[in-house]
Design a protein around this ligand. Structure first.
Ligand SMILES: *Cc1c(COP(=O)(O)O)cnc(C)c1O
Length: 447
C-alpha cells in the first residue's frame, strides 16, 4: 500500500470520552428530530473520514472497521472519487437516464459486464439501493420464466422494502409487525458449517434444500433462487464447499434463474471482484451495491442478455437509477480498485486478521468460530464449551472496542457475531492497532 497517501493522519487518537460533548448534543437534537426507528451502531457523529479513520465532531480519531457496512472500500474520501463527483456535479447532476441518457451509465454497464463472472452476453440496469436491485432481479426472473415462486435461505438478508423483507430471514428488527409480506417466497435450509450437524458436506446441504424445494413448490414453479454467496447480516456464513455449485447446476437444469446477491460480498471485498468466482459459479443475475461507488448511492443488476432483454421497454427503471454523479463515482471507484489491486489487498487483510484471531480463539473458549474470506471476517461468540450464541458478550466486546476508539459492527441471526469490514485502503499499522484493541476487548469481556 506504499502507493497510497492520506489526507488525515492514520492514527487512533481520543481527546474526549465517547461520545464527546458535541456528539452528545447532536444525539439530543437527533432524538427530537429523527425517528427512533433509525438506529446507529455508535453514538459519535462524523466530521471527516479518510483511509481507515473517521474523525468525529469532537476531534476524536477512530479506526473504522465497518466501512459504513462494506461501502467505502476505497475509503470515504478517495481523491479520485471526490474529483469525479465534483466534476460531474459542475456539469449536470441529473437528467434522468429514462429521459435524456448519458455516457457514464453506459460505461458503468460495460464495466460490470467485464467484471462480473461469466463471458456470456450481458445486460445491466442501474438503481439506487441494494434492496431495489434485489426487487428488480426478482421482477426480471418472474417475467422471463413466467413462474412466481422465489426461493430464499435461512439467515438471508436482502433488504428492507416489502419484497426484500419477505426474502430476509430475521424477524427482529427487520420484519416484526411490518407485514403482510410479499407472497410466493419460500425459505430453505442453508449450509452453516459451524452449526450444521458434523460432517454435512456442501453437496449434502444443497440436496437437503433441493429436496424441500421439489416437495414444497416443484422445480417447474420456481422463478428464482436468490442467495448471498457468503451471507452478510446473517452472520458472515460461508457455506461448505460444493453447496453453491450444486444449487447452481440444479437451478440451471430446471430453468430456474440463479440470482447471486453480491451487494455485500462484491467489489473486491472477499479477495476477488465477486465471491462467486471462488467457487467458479456463474450466476444468471448478480445484484450489486454497497462497495460499487465509493459511498455514492448506486446499485445494479447484471445478467444474461436473454433474461434482461425479455422485459418490455419501460418495465425497468426509476427516476434516479444510475444517477450521473453516482455513475462517475462508480467509474472512479473501479479505477482505484484496479490500480491499487484491492482484491489482493483484501486477501492480505484477511490473512493478517484471521491469523491473529485464530491464535486468540485457541486461548479464548468463548470464540466458537473465526471465519470469512478476504476482508469480510467474522468472530462467532458462544457460551464456552457449547454452541449457544452469546449476544450479550458480543455487544460488550463491540462497546469495549469503541471505548478505545475502534468501530466494529456486529451481525448474525443470533446477534453473536463480530464482523470486520475495514476499508480496503486501511494501512497495516492501523489495522494492527485495531486488531490489538479488538483482542484486548475480547480478553477483557471474557475475563
Ligand atoms: C445491504 C444488503 C442489501 C440491501 O441493500 P440496501 O442498499 O441497504 O438496500 C441487500 N442484500 C445484501 C446481501 C446486503 O448486504
Amino acid at each position: 500500500m506504499s502507493t497510497l497517501s492520506y489526507r488525515l493522519p492514520q492514527k487512533r487518537a481520543l481527546v474526549t470520552e465517547l461520545p464527546g460533548p458535541k456528539s452528545t448534543e447532536l444525539g439530543a437534537r437527533r432524538r427530537a428530530a429523527v425517528a427512533a426507528g433509525v438506529g446507529s451502531s455508535v453514538p459519535v457523529y462524523a466530521a471527516d473520514a479518510d483511509g481507515g479513520v473517521i474523525v468525529d465532531v469532537d476531534g476524536n480519531s477512530l479506526i473504522d472497521l465497518g466501512a459504513g457496512i462494506a461501502v467505502t472500500s476505497v475509503g470515504a474520501s478517495d481523491p479520485r472519487v471526490a474529483q469525479a463527483v465534483s466534476e460531474q456535479a459542475a456539469h449536470f447532476t441529473h437528467t434522468c437516464f429514462m429521459v435524456t441518457p448519458y455516457e457514464s451509465y453506459v460505461r458503468v454497464a460495460e464495466e460490470l459486464a467485464a467484471l462480473t463472472p461469466g463471458d456470456h452476453e450481458k445486460r445491466t440496469v442501474l438503481f439506487n439501493s441494494g434492496a431495489e436491485a434485489v426487487e428488480n432481479a426478482v421482477k426480471v426472473a418472474r417475467l422471463a420464466t413466467g413462474r412466481m415462486a422465489v426461493v430464499a435461505f435461512d439467515h438471508a438478508y436482502h433488504g428492507r422494502t416489502n419484497l426484500t423483507m419477505a426474502l430476509t430471514a430475521k424477524s427482529m428488527p427487520y420484519k416484526t409487525n411490518f407485514g403482510p409480506f410479499a407472497p410466493e417466497v419460500y425459505r430453505m435450509p442453508m449450509s452453516y458449517p459451524f452449526r450444521d450437524e458434523a460432517g454435512l458436506t456442501g453437496e449434502q446441504a444443497a440436496r437437503r434444500a433441493i429436496t424441500q424445494i421439489e416437495k414444497q413448490i416443484g422445480a417447474d414453479g420456481v422463478a428464482a433462487i436468490i442467495l448471498e454467496p457468503i451471507q452478510g447480516e446473517g452472520g458472515f456464513i460461508v457455506p461448505a464447499p460444493g453447496f453453491l455449485p450444486t444449487l447452481v447446476s440444479w437451478a440451471r437444469a430446471n430453468g430456474i434463474v440463479f440470482i447471486a446477491d453480491e451487494v455485500q460480498t462484491g467489489f473486491a471485498r472477499t479477495g476477488s471482484w465477486f465471491a462467486c468466482e471462488d467457487e467458479q459459479i456463474v450466476p444468471d443475475i448478480i445484484t450489486m451495491a454497497k462497495g460499487i461507488a465509493g459511498g455514492l448511492p448506486l446499485s445494479a443488476i447484471t445478467g444474461r442478455a436473454e433474461l434482461l432483454d425479455a422485459v418490455h421497454p419501460g418495465g425497468l427503471g426509476g427516476t434516479y437509477g444510475g444517477n450521473p454523479i453516482a455513475c462517475a463515482a462508480a467509474l472512479a471507484t473501479i479505477e482505484t480498485m484496479r490500480e491499487l489491486d484491492l482484491p489482493a489487498r483484501a486477501r492480505q487483510i484477511g490473512e493478517t486478521a484471521t491469523t491473529r484471531l485464530r491464535a486468540l480463539a485457541a486461548e479464548v473458549p468463548a470464540i466458537g468460530d473465526v471465519r470469512g474470506r478476504g476482508a469480510m471476517i467474522a468472530v462467532e461468540l458462544v457460551k464456552p464449551g457449547t454452541a449457544l450464541p452469546d449476544a450479550d458478550l458480543t455487544k460488550a466486546i463491540a462497546a469495549k472496542a469503541l471505548e478505545q476508539g475502534v468501530i466494529v459492527l456486529t451481525c448474525g441471526t443470533y446477534g453473536n457475531v463480530i464482523r470486520l469490514l475495514p476499508p480496503l485502503v486501511i494501512d497495516d499499522d492501523l489495522l494492527d492497532d485495531a486488531l490489538t484493541v479488538l483482542e484486548q476487548a475480547i480478553r477483557a469481556a471474557t475475563a
